[in-house]
Design a protein around this ligand. Sequence first.
Ligand SMILES: Cc1ncc(COP(=O)(O)O)c(C=O)c1O
Length: 369
Amino acid sequence: MNEPQKPLPTYAWEPTTDALAAKYGLPRESIVRFDVNTSAAAPDLSGVLAGSFDPPLCEYPPSDYAALVAAAAEAYGVATDELLPTAGADEALDLIARATLREGSVAVVPTPTYAMYRIVSEQRGARVVAVPRSGERWGFALDIRAIARAARTASLVWLCEPNNPTGSFEPPERISDLLEILTSDAADDGREPPTVTVDEAYAEFADRTVLPLRTGYPKLVTVRTLSKAHALAGLRVGFAIARPETLAPIVAYRAPASVGTISAAMAAASLSRPELAAANVARVTVQRTRLFLDLSELGWHPYPSSANFILVKFGSAAAAGLAAETLLGKGLVPRTFPSGHPLADCLRLTVRSAEENARLIEAAKEIPA
Ligand SMILES: Cc1ncc(COP(=O)(O)O)c(C=O)c1O
């Protein structure tokens, strides 16, 4: 008899805006999403939509996405054969898991971090070895030695820099140290070093990147997205970036034309005008400092952040839950963490516009830290 199938792990969002409006009896337009690390406004790329598309929308996009890849190569300072356009960073993460993991493989995940690494790894039948980050007093730094130890049997190591949800950031020099250790351990053991994926979804907010390290560590895959600094989450455009020989097996798993023509054109336009993302990053950085100070003044406990969100710690999971419920009642949606999660006593809050952040602070005044 067949064993009953274990349900596949899947990603869980907070409820949709429509569902929350109905639940709390609020007008839909009064609801502000502090949970998804997006931006308060998209850049004006209406010129792209006003023009005609080449090829037109009755055709598939060009299989090489030449214009998008050229714009990304220029923006990220890499060669065109090192770039794979994907439907958001999430598709890149899934393709990397498909290309590197098999039933019984080991994937190393420093925790707490973005839930998708565990999900896409377990969906491939891999065993996830979680390596706890150092505590908050040490800025949630990576435990490089423990990661290297776990990586001795691993096919894939997932890193997130800056890290979601802690907002902490490991300087590229430390990642470089880790890669050196992985290389020398693999040489000692007489095996290939593991693939290392560095998810740089928030890299623009820290203004540092590990991209140059791919020359010394050929199995490094960097993931980027248009969803965060570029303020274009709805487009669903991201990239896997790696040396051509590392990228080839990842490319093989992508469905043909997974990025639509309109998304590719708008993404190329945004990448070709770096001043647009830079303005968003500058705005977020100012608002992040302000929100951090305002929350601190209320007696809340925000952690320093190198991304476009702030993690806030409460006295207990119950206090975090109560704070979330109070905010939700006012149409302000925080990211919560389920019970048993190491950050169950925290909420994660996206840095939004000055007006939206002010609404959050007003609401926070009624909530004990
Ligand atoms: C670390 C990290 N990686 C990837 C993603 C997904 O990005 P995308 O919208 O490009 O799929 C997110 C989204 O929040 C994220 O936090």
